[in-house]
Write a new protein. Sequence first.
Length: 439
Amino acid sequence: MVPRYARPAMTAIWDAEARYRIWFEIEAHATDKLGELGVVPKSAGKALWDWWATNPAIDVTAIDAIEAVTKHDVIAFLTWVAEQVGEEARFMHQGMTSSDVLDTTLSVQLARASDLLLKDLDALLAALKRRAFEHKLTPTIGRSHGIHAEPTTFGLKLAQAYAEFARCRARLVAARAEIATCAISGAVGTFANIDPAVEEYVAEKMGLAVEPVSTQVIPRDRHAMYFATLAVIASSIERLATEVRHLQRTEVLEAEEYFSPGQKGSSAMPHKRNPILTENLTGLARMVRSAAVPAFENVALWHERDISHSSVERFIGPDATITLDFALVRLTGVIDKLLVYPERMRKNLDRMGGLVHSQRVLLALTQAGISREDAYRLVQRNAMKVWESDGALSLLDLLKADPEVSARISGEDLEAKFGLDYHFAQVERVFGRVFGRET
């Protein structure tokens, strides 16, 4: 985790003290249920909670010192708690394994991280929706292969991003449900030394579902799916960030990141206004995606368990969620303050002498009785003249002067093929698909 790209609320989920607090809750809830089942005295659970109520601080340094000797983090924690609570603490961890505590804790942390990420997505969706409606009918050029294609609207670009991130949100909701499971099943997951009722009780208290079959560990296909989902969200962030970066290029300059008073773009060139936020988002997306492959590789553990996944998850759990949280909030800020230049969009749209209307003429010629092949030839030979003139010539003028074209389509009808309204006739319908009836 790099503090530069971390926000306090998400970082707090992965703090050592926060992790130990979850460990304690799992152990105390399990001890409560064991007491109810008559396996341990009911006073054992009460002793744990009584101490917890009056001693909320956890001495991370002391636990680390014990672990330096035991070389085992859970044992170090249990030893420290026993030193604080006293005799009744010996009933903690009855029939449990370290994985019961560690895996269930990771589920809690990832579920809580998901809740923050979902809030981030909601804020991003709200920003995209607002800007999409603001520019619903703002004409701009659509590009394929980076080349001018046909007119679209800037609002449609943002509506597409809204729909994409809405899918991301739905995927994260599903991934959260899949990862939020509890395993308190003991050695190799047989419940030989602990009643399944303990698992059910702890799951309910911690807001988790029961893992149907845990082999001492929660199956890592769940985690693979979770981190894959984060990777997809990161890729969507990069797609939108890349769009902004392209639009901010000097030759394009249809939109750009907000440049605040006093901001500097370059240490050498005072004129520079660089897309530093979206470039940063591109890099952050790569880091989040880097968690996916090791998560996939964690699925194939040996037999009922090994710990080859453990070191990986100590990295990717905090790093991926903290980085994605930061990236989503940053992207929301970019969209919210994005500077949009409709005049430049229109200038770029008109730059190539009307070439962007070539398909309408092609279709009109076919409807006038010319074969598609011949219609394509007629339009293309005129379009290439405009292309080679770098837009100095007018496609409409050339078509009017072409006898093979004018024999089929009048000048007035040709002019009608060069209007923008035709291209935007279905914008309202697309917005209705994305945003519902409110459009």
